[in-house]
Design a binder for this molecule. Structure first.
Ligand code: APR
Length: 239
């Protein structure tokens, strides 16, 4: 399958969903999850750190890991793939919906409207325990992590950790978009984490995978394009 043929599918599609994963941001310089963890974190697996148990056991370590990732993400910019999606949405309002597993906010920074962020946002925090009247974010005592001065409730990254439920509204909207679309571009995901990956199996539309390597969703695809997000998306989404 040639990218030009998929571009024709894009042109013919009335409703498109982009389902993106960490590979979408790789060319912005954000390491993907299943690349080898680099530097300080080489001895940890994300699955150990990105869990509530991991955070409760070692709050400072997990907080520092997210602080390092936030600092990294603050330094990077959306790439040509993010920009091609946002430009298409600009030219064709309401025709393309972005559903992402990424927490880096790069689709939003590229200008994509209404991004359905299934795994939350790394740039935001929330309370670990259900907040009481005393828990006000602005009065949190600075620390690693910050905490409520009155009851000691901890702040935690507002991301979905392994084993946690996805934000209900975002997931419902993503399921609706997947059910209604004519075409789903699955970009930069290994397809191993559900329910996000399940959207590519539940969609009524044609499924196109954009990934330089094989993924667990290749068998569900009508077309597999072996290439990167920043190189292929500008081509696929050109008018
Ligand atoms: N363009 C497109 N795809 C790429 C690129 C690129 N430039 N570089 C790498 N990839 C692909 C890899 O081949 C891989 O299939 O991106 C995929 C990244 O896979 P993962 O690291 O597993 O990331 P993702 O699929 O988003 O993980 C899903 O798992 O770790 C949890 O919650 C976390 O949202 C994450 C979820």
């Amino acid at each position: 399958m040639k990218p030009e043929q998929v571009r024709d599918w894009v042109r013919a599609a009335r409703r498109i969903v982009v389902l993106s994963g960490a590979g979408m941001s790789a060319e912005s310089g954000v390491p993907t999850f299943r690349d080898a963890q680099t530097g300080l974190w080489a001895r940890f697996r994300p699955q150990e750190l990105a869990t509530e148990e991991g955070f409760r056991a070692q709050p400072q370590l997990v907080w520092d890991w997210y602080a390092e990732r936030r600092a990294q993400i603050a330094q990077v910019a959306p790439n040509a793939g993010h920009r091609a999606i946002a430009a298409f949405q600009q030219r064709h309002p309401g025709r393309l919906a972005v559903v992402t597993q990424n927490v880096d906010g790069l689709h939003q920074r590229a200008g994509s409207p209404g991004v359905l962020a299934l795994h939350g946002s790394i740039m935001e925090d929330r309370w670990l325990e259900p907040p009481r009247a005393c828990c006000t974010a602005e009065d949190a005592v600075p620390g690693r992590p910050p905490r409520c001065a009155a009851c000691g409730n901890l702040r935690r990254p507002a991301v979905v950790w392994f084993g946690e439920l996805l934000p209900e509204q975002a997931l419902a909207a993503a399921e609706q978009a997947a059910a209604a679309c004519d075409l789903m571009l699955v970009v930069g995901t290994s397809g191993v984490v559900y329910p996000a990956a399940g959207l590519a199996r539940a969609t009524r539309g044609r499924v196109v995978i954009v990934n330089p390597q094989a993924s667990d969703l290749d068998d569900a695809a009508d077309a597999v394009l072996r290439g990167t997000a920043a190189s292929l998306l500008p081509l696929l989404l050109a008018d």
